[in-house]
Write a protein that binds this ligand. Structure first.
Ligand SMILES: C[S@@+](CC[C@H](N)C(=O)[O-])C[C@H]1O[C@@H](n2cnc3c(N)ncnc32)[C@H](O)[C@@H]1O
Length: 200
């Protein structure tokens, strides 16, 4: 896998964390970087930063005036990666918002930023994935892409238990995307499954 040396450093640093499984896979990150470059993205949203591996990954390929709105609620996780954003010289492209992501998305919409984003990556609490999708769909331009992580959820989406709200939410969003005429979709069996939704 091609990987920028500071991304590798952050991946190895995150590997020692007890929640390291939350980090996006290397191949998924590479695909996202390629998509961001392909569509010449300037404005990107990441919902769920963790230690900031994919935040850094996207910031590295954005133009110098590009911007990642990075949403998380846990500053302790983000603190791990932040010094490496600086070391890579891309921290000026990252606008970190520590608060519930729904609030950040609502603020972006309220400040007139609807249809101004090129790419969004949804990778936070699964119970809210439908709300994240709907708000991101309003925020991105036509031709923009929304990537949704964990759409296979280790296979649990095939038979969601009634008391498992996270799995039910992902399952419902998968079903909805299948019929959603506002987007074209590709569901990729990569990592824990990632769906790409291309806004029409
Ligand atoms: C799977 S991790 C994100 C991994 C990250 N995208 C990466 O590339 O490594 C999920 C993150 O979502 C964050 N999160 C959970 N609930 C949230 C919420 N309501 N708003 C924003 N972030 C949230 C968690 O703190 C955690 O850091």
């Amino acid at each position: 896998m091609r990987e920028h040396p500071i991304l590798k450093k952050l991946r190895l640093l995150t590997a020692d964390h007890p929640c390291s499984r939350m980090m996006v896979s290397c191949d998924q990150a590479q695909l996202m970087a390629n998509l961001v470059k392909l569509i010449k993205a300037k404005k990107v949203i990441e919902i769920g930063v963790f230690t900031g591996y994919n935040t850094l990954n996207m910031a590295l390929v954005l133009p110098d005036n590009g911007r990642v709105i990075a949403c998380d609620i846990n500053e302790d996780y983000v603190k791990i990666g932040k010094p490496l954003w600086k070391e890579a010289g891309v921290d000026h492209k990252i606008d970190l918002r520590i608060k519930p992501a729904i609030q950040t998305l609502d603020e972006l919409l309220a400040s007139g930023e609807a249809e101004t984003f090129d790419f969004a990556f949804i990778d936070a609490d699964k119970e809210s994935c439908n709300e994240y999708y709907e708000k991101c769909l309003r925020l991105i331009k036509k031709g923009g892409i929304i990537a949704i992580d964990n759409v296979l959820w280790s296979g649990r989406v095939l038979k969601p238990r009634k008391d498992d709200l996270a799995t039910q939410s992902i399952h419902h969003l998968n079903e909805k995307l299948l019929r959603d005429a506002r987007v074209n979709i590709s569901m990729l069996p990569m990592g824990d499954g990632v769906t790409l939704a291309f806004k029409l």
